[in-house]
Design a protein around this ligand. Sequence first.
Ligand SMILES: NC(=O)c1ccc[n+]([C@@H]2O[C@H](COP(=O)([O-])OP(=O)(O)OC[C@H]3O[C@@H](n4cnc5c(N)ncnc54)[C@H](O)[C@@H]3O)[C@@H](O)[C@H]2O)c1
Length: 372
Amino acid sequence: MAELGVAIVGAGRWAGRAHLPGWLRDPRARVVGVYDLDPERARALSARAPGCRVYSSEAELLADSAVQVVDVVTWGPAHFQSAIAGLESGRHVLCEKPVHREWTRTRDAGEKARSLGLRTKVGFTFRFSPAMMRMRELIDEGYVGRPLVFNGFEQNSQFLDPLTPIRAGEGDPAGGAEIQVSSLEGYGAPIIDLALWFLGAELVEVVGQLANLIPERLVPGSAVPVRLPIDDADAFLCRFANGAIGTIQSSYVTVGNYPGLEARLYGTEGALICRLVEEEGVCERLYGARRDQVEFRPLEIPERLYPPGGGPTEPWDSAFYANLIAAFTSEIQDPGLPAQADFLAAARVQEVINAVELSHRRHAWVQLPLEG
Ligand SMILES: NC(=O)c1ccc[n+]([C@@H]2O[C@H](COP(=O)([O-])OP(=O)(O)OC[C@H]3O[C@@H](n4cnc5c(N)ncnc54)[C@H](O)[C@@H]3O)[C@@H](O)[C@H]2O)c1
């Protein structure tokens, strides 16, 4: 089968640490070009991929007939436009989260892709961790029985120090009174995705709070901290359509190492806890307990779930992303494979984010599905 030609839009930190290494590791794909608003960054990234060109505009990228996949790694507000342009030009699209802050726009993009016969994928990195993949296999095999309670965390101390500059997304750095969604989207999205994936059921209601615990921060381009009312911690209670209940917390001002996820699922037959927190050089651990053996014990993560050449001590970003990209290439090449973490899955996650934000503003439970 011919190699898939991939063009990367956005040549910053995450493109260099996760996306490009993932594509370089997949022999079925080749990175044919890079575009960034900053040509120096595009040049530096393209130099790492043999035969890769640098585009001077996104239009030039879209006009390149060697491109079958557009990989969008820019930043929040810019994702949607590039993703839609990719789809409308007939390309499969990998896009960082959020595709769009409004769940209906993400859903519409997902439906557009399906109607055009194109594949999409969103950067839900942690679904592709070998330990989380194993957890899903065990759930499918009946290890936990009927799911009863889910607890999820995504948290670390990335922005505990107010002198670490943070981009405010579409928030108002000049000090609007209303708190803006931030951690819930950046950190909450992947653990919400895992909750929906593990439970295999929609959420039917949520009640939650957004908090702004470090009120003044440095933002890019400012020499002194400014008032920045963003959610740097949030938590919500939820109920799933199958009757299970859950709690989810996300924060980037909570002491702890990266990436900082923990997913716990308790059921009628057993329980599973997956921790993606780098400790003593290992970034993922899976524990299980059964109703007749209630002490949690470490469970093996099979070698077959690691990307080629990978293992338990490989850095999480390159290891998990290599799996994500390999899954995307497989889905593009085999129309029979089910979509994993596509734009429609991202729309369900975004709907939950939008519902939790609404719950915070109304100070009340919010039912799903949302209107729209
Ligand atoms: N899935 C994950 O686990 C994960 C982890 C880290 C970052 N991310 C996401 O990856 C994205 C990139 O993050 P980063 O840390 O690399 O940021 P970054 O600022 O280092 O890189 C972004 C790059 O995009 C370029 N850019 C911005 N708008 C553009 C546009 N319209 N056209 C072309 N280029 C444009 C910028 O010039 C910059 O080089 C963000 O959306 C971030 O949330 C995801």
